[in-house]
Design a protein around this ligand. Structure first.
Ligand code: F6R
Length: 252
């Protein structure tokens, strides 16, 4: 894992936007794994700004989102579906048929998970997977304790994740209890991974993912087993790690 230390959220977002744009521009066809949450919103804004200024085309970009709540319709404003269209897809020229997000309303959610994984296998894993990180070290909705060999599956969200995500809902009770998520094994099929972290609330998870052996107590620590991972963390997110070790050794 390589570490890129940046000053703040803005610098993190600029790095990520450029990284993604370089991929889009240098490939005829590119499969991007995308995340929701607060972390990538500014990155998506920057992609939109670039689109408006430079007309970078998304006609040959295919997207695969990490996760979706169970039991929420795609047009529900709280769905990850709606999130992605609001924050990115509605503002760029990506064909709707190129967008893939698990269907949380599927009649057969287990089959939905199997089919989603098969679709990712068909393309041989995404070219670039964008990840945020949970305060407890989760990636996607793979909470601590998730075996590293899990593929796309249905998950019961932990209380800490439901609490962290309640900011998007009117009340805590409205946060769904289950979600469908790419598994850790699915994420590891990606050819390249870009994990973003900003703010003090991520400092503990960033510290754990870089120190010690990969362990299911911190799902993100599994990324040590992947050959092509870049972690972009701002000063606050990297503060605990810096207190523990000389991060210069990790910087690229
Ligand atoms: C989102 C996702 C989650 C988030 C994580 C961080 O699709 O899979 O793992 O990346 O919960 O969320 P934020 O960015 O809101 O801190």
């Amino acid at each position: 894992m390589k570490l890129v230390k940046v000053r703040d959220h803005e610098e993190m977002s600029a790095f990520a936007a450029k990284f993604i744009l370089d991929k889009i521009k240098s490939n005829k066809k590119v499969a991007l794994g995308l995340a929701t949450g607060g972390t990538p919103v500014r990155t998506y804004e920057m992609l939109i700004e670039d689109y408006q200024k430079n007309y970078t085309s998304y006609q040959n970009v295919f997207t695969y989102n990490l996760d979706e709540y169970e039991g929420i319709a795609p047009d529900d404003p709280n769905s990850y579906h709606a999130f992605m269209f609001k924050h990115l897809f509605d503002h760029i020229n990506i064909p709707k048929k190129n967008v893939h997000i698990p269907n949380g309303l599927s009649n057969d959610i287990l089959l939905e998970a199997i089919n989603y994984e098969a679709m990712i296998d068909e393309i041989g894993g995404v070219d670039l997977q964008l990840l945020g990180i949970g305060q407890n070290g989760h990636i996607g909705f793979n909470e601590p304790g998730t075996p590293f060999d899990r593929e796309t599956h249905v998950v019961t969200l932990t209380e800490s994740t439901r609490k962290a995500n309640s900011r998007y809902f009117e009340s805590n009770d409205q946060v769904p209890k289950k979600a469908i998520t790419m598994g850790i094994a699915t994420i590891l099929k990606s050819k390249e991974i870009l994990l973003l972290a900003s703010g003090e609330s991520k400092a503990k998870a960033i510290c754990r993912m870089f120190t010690g052996e990969p362990g299911t107590d911190c799902p993100a620590s599994v990324l040590k087993n992947h050959p092509n991972v870049v972690v972009v963390a701002d000063e606050k997110a990297v503060s605990k790690l810096e207190a523990t070790m000389n991060v210069e050794l990790l910087l690229r």
